[in-house]
Design a protein. Sequence first.
Length: 326
Amino acid sequence: MADILVGIPKHTPSSHVLLGIENNEDAAVLSIPQDMAIVQTVDFFTPIVNDPYFFGRIAAANALSDVYVMGGTPWCAMNLVMFPTDEKPLEILEEILRGGSDALHEAGAPLVGGHSITDDSIKYGLCVTGVIDPNHIASNSGLAVGDILILTKPLGTGILVSAIKNEVDNSQKYEDSLIHWASKLNKGVAQAIRSCGIKACTDITGFGLGGHALEMAKASHKSVIIEGNMIPAIEGVYNLLQEGFCTGGGKRNREYAQSDCYISHEIDPLYITLAFDPQTSGGALIAVNEKNVKKVLNVLAENNEMGYIVGYVEDKSDEKAFLSIK
């Protein structure tokens, strides 16, 4: 591992790292800004693309996202590495770590350590520590009646992963699309949360748009309405849906949600599949007061983020499901 780390870019040390990785310390020591709170998260998974560099970058972006969508700033990170050293060339691992390092550099978060083990399969991710203003936290429970729901990335990474694994025609094109969206940091989302006073936000990952919207609805005791024909799809995904591509995770997501979910019979069933497709390093679902929608969309655009209006929030009654897709 020491030989591999020599080849990983050494980005400029951050002033808040008092002790880091330079001298093989037992742990990192960092200073924390006054009146700020800590955001802590961890995530790792197996490769979803064939390119090891972009797998590392996507895994890092996915872990960093949890900090961004609460309104926080990544402060430092540690690598989590599982690799079959006897079966795979170490150059693959070096590329994975380089991808993760570049994502951290873009995030402005120093790498301060990590842990690696020999395993039967490749797994990589990060433990991320962020800082956040306690007065500007976005959470699952912050929905308000009348909020407009804005999604910041199109959906379909689960469908694309399935297509790539099945080596369908144009697999490289699908992998390029997956890399484009999944390796993109949700950095601008945090800026929108802080500057626009957003109280409710989550990132769209393994439970899909439907599952994560349901989590927000339950936590806030509100009814979330998703307009199915407004759900954006990554280029090529709708064609794959028409060809019958789906994922086991998407089916499980829908089964889990069905007791709390109303689905209109008039909607194209492919949009329902898309709504529950599990995402890797997906976008954010932001709840915005109707009066602030234009401001939030402008801030997102200024920070190179998309903004797709996909639904709204209503008061919860006994007659209304927590989640409706119409």
